[in-house]
Design a protein around this ligand. Structure first.
Ligand SMILES: Cc1cc2nc3c(=O)[nH]c(=O)nc-3n(C[C@H](O)[C@H](O)[C@H](O)COP(=O)(O)O)c2cc1C
Length: 204
């Protein structure tokens, strides 16, 4: 366990990691970025991001997750109102990737779509880009409409598909320090079996 912790610390001490395709540095340095410059993403970057999403593991290898790329400022602004708060950053970002699941084709659609979103966020970090997840599924607009219904209407998404989230990706206009390795909840890792109640109390 200490070795794992030390490796994380070493990577963090190396400073900002960008423009690399190595996964561990991206895992360590990724933070949710909600401020972006106006610079558009290159076509190559967008392709690499989508490839990461498509390469994510999926239940039974069914790969039913779908993606909608939204670059129109007007549409992204409209989408930002799917929630009373928590999605304002969509008004600034150059690209929103709407992540869609297909419950009729795959009952594990939430897991599959979440992995695809996470892979895209890690790939964004590896490219030196910022990203943030804007939650849709299970959320509501300020007047109580389901956020999914709102987004469905804006983008013409058919009823057989569910909308998990929108991953905003752009060039960072702010930076956040990586979470320090000491901040990680190592106490939530249990070895071999779940500790008995008294053992758990003595660990905390
Ligand atoms: C399932 C999920 C839903 C999230 N929903 C939102 C959201 O709607 N709006 C937002 O600003 N951030 C959202 N986030 C980002 C989290 O707030 C963020 O990951 C958390 O605060 C930790 O910060 P970090 O990503 O910088 O480590 C979401 C993240 C996850 C995994």
């Amino acid at each position: 366990m200490n070795e794992v912790r030390e490796l994380g610390q070493e990577l963090i001490e190396q400073g900002e990691v960008s423009h690399t395709h190595e996964v561990l540095p991206a895992i360590c340095s990724r933070r949710s970025i909600r401020q972006f410059t106006d610079a558009p993403l290159s076509g190559e970057d967008v392709q690499i991001l989508l490839e990461a999403g498509l390469r994510a593991p999926s239940s039974r290898g069914a790969h039913t997750t779908q993606f909608i790329l939204v670059e129109s400022r007007e549409t992204l602004t409209e989408l930002s109102y799917m929630r009373p708060d928590g999605a304002d950053f969509l008004r600034q970002v150059p690209l929103g990737i709407v992540i869609l699941g297909s419950p009729m084709e795959c009952e594990r659609w939430i897991a599959d779509a979440s992995l695809a979103a996470g892979y895209i966020q890690l790939q964004a970090e590896a490219l030196g880009l910022g990203s943030c997840w804007a939650d849709v599924f299970g959320q509501n607009t300020s007047n109580g409409q389901e956020a999914s219904e709102y987004v469905r209407n804006v983008l013409g998404i058919p009823y057989q598909l569910e909308i998990l989230c929108i991953v905003a990706v752009g060039h960072k206009a702010s930076s956040l320090a990586p979470h320090a390795v000491e901040e990680l909840r190592w106490e939530q890792i249990h070895i071999g079996r779940y500790p008995a109640l008294e053992e758990e109390a003595s660990q905390s």
